[in-house]
Design a protein around this ligand. Structure first.
Ligand SMILES: NC(=O)c1ccc[n+]([C@@H]2O[C@H](COP(=O)([O-])OP(=O)(O)OC[C@H]3O[C@@H](n4cnc5c(N)ncnc54)[C@H](OP(=O)(O)O)[C@@H]3O)[C@@H](O)[C@H]2O)c1
Length: 162
């Protein structure tokens, strides 16, 4: 099993505010869809709420402390470990979608990260510390320019753990 974190983060480590994303980056969303489609995605309950519905063509797993939460089209678990156990004997790549609380728990299990670095430093209430991942092996790096579809310049990078 490959455990991949996928995250878009600003230079000040910001990832969200008021349970929303901080930018419109159409090309990053396209990349997100391409990379995660057909795979399982694991996310915190708040990130699920911000999406509002399961992501299509993906197995959606939501982590909550609530014991009786039920959401159509979504598998509910009470810990990240329970989420990972669902894939224990598979060689699938599974994606950790965030948010801040779940990324913190996932760091020790991750062996890959898809890191979008956004040239912005917005006010935020959710953050991700990307610094530890910069010492991993850089596999690919693609730069995108700000334009009518992308609110800021950004770079999509892929790192794997040694
Ligand atoms: N830029 C990006 O790439 C990106 C990606 C994803 C999200 N975001 C942003 O991040 C923000 C949301 O992040 P967040 O940290 O507030 O929330 P989150 O990580 O999405 O979800 C937090 C929730 O997960 C559950 N949870 C957390 N730790 C748990 C544990 N140890 N065991 C069981 N359940 C646990 C709890 O759900 P219950 O309260 O139901 O118990 C908790 O309230 C939003 O602004 C969102 O837009 C940004």
């Amino acid at each position: 099993m490959t455990v991949s974190i996928i995250v878009a983060v600003a230079k000040n480590k910001a990832i969200g505010k008021d349970n929303q994303l901080l930018w419109r980056l159409s090309d990053d969303l396209k990349n997100f869809k391409k990379v995660t489609s057909g795979h399982a995605v694991i996310m915190g309950r708040k990130t699920y709420d911000s999406l509002g519905k399961p992501l299509p063509n993906r197995r959606n797993v939501v982590i909550t402390r609530q014991k009786d939460l039920k959401i159509g089209g979504v598998e509910i678990v009470n810990s990240l470990e329970s989420a990972l156990e669902l894939f224990e004997n598979s060689d699938e790549e599974i994606f950790i979608l965030g948010g801040a609380e779940i990324y913190k728990l996932a760091g020790k299990y991750a062996n890959k990260i898809y890191l979008t670095m956004v040239e912005a430093a917005p006010e935020a209430d959710a953050f991700f510390d990307f610094v530890p991942y910069l010492s991993w092996n850089l596999i690919s790096q693609t730069a995108f320019q700000k334009n009518e579809k992308n609110e800021f310049d950004f770079e999509v990078m892929e790192f794997s753990k040694n």
